[in-house]
Design a protein around this ligand. Sequence first.
Ligand SMILES: [Zn+2]
Length: 359
Amino acid sequence: MTTKRAWLLLAVAALTSLSMSVQTQEARYPMTIIAPGKGPFSFPPGYQTPWDKIDIMVTEKMSPNLFVLHGSQGLDPAHPDASGGRAMVLFGPDGVLMVDTQNRQVADKTLKAIRSFTDAPIKVLVNTHIHGDHTGANAFFAKQGALIFSQENLRNEMVRPPVRAGGQPAPTIDMTGVPVVTYNYTAGAPGQPAATFTMNGEIVDFIPMMPSHTAGDTIVRFRKANVIYIEDFYRNFGYPFADQANGGSIKGMLDAVDLIEKLADAGTTLVPGHGTLVKKEDLLPYRAMLVDILAKVKTLRDQGKSLKEVLAANLTAPYDKTTLGDTQQSKDRFITEAYDEVKDFPPIVDGKRTMPVHP
Ligand SMILES: [Zn+2]
């Protein structure tokens, strides 16, 4: 064989193996296209999110027609690892089904990202919880044609927001963005879907959750792709956040983790609202941390310690090394939640709690 011919054969072999590896890669879901940032991130005092600099991108593909959208890292101080909250888009001939809508300020960019892979009409939208990084562009997508679904508590939280410490005036509500179809969590039947959609070759369940991250949480299961969007009762960037004023609780987040252990199998991809994609086994150390911190805070509070003293005890120290985004603000928020929860925890009324104000 001449050298020239040998090189040619080698080149052909290399090309063949390259195209094969591209093919096998294409068949392997989920695919992470752009991973969230790891930090550390810091922002100067008075920093304001430059919305015009944020890109909304396809960051993960869960199947050939189920994509995840998320924002740029390093620009949004509330979510430095990737701006806003994840949105999911199921698309095809039956139209678009969306999970959450990202921040209001980037609504046009979110739509543009969707239009980069589908021209199908926007039909169904479900909100996993009230927070603005998940519902902010509701009105925008309702105008695109989306019928909005959520728990009734979420609708209540949106129409009559809780009074917050500091007493900031409630934002004005655009009624076009308020959920139209509502359902409730049934304590006797956790994990029972409130609605099931058969669309675009996928079967999608909207599963109302117990009060956990808020009192209006919904998780979304994509049966064929074996994917569950688990929103924010679990997070792996920053310390846990139970929005107690909107009816959330740390104990409820424990129940939520336990329900996922039942609903998911070992291979199910779990999509949190923030941080990296996980499997159900990854929730266990998180669960253990919640139990540990609740118990330690309760012991100190039973001893009559003030919130200031409990914060000073630095109870999260053993977890700082393994917790990305472990800012002082994130730690203090978590410990304050635990402190408020272990004694005189206010009840949920109309999807909300009247939380104590700490000076
Ligand atoms: Zn949230």
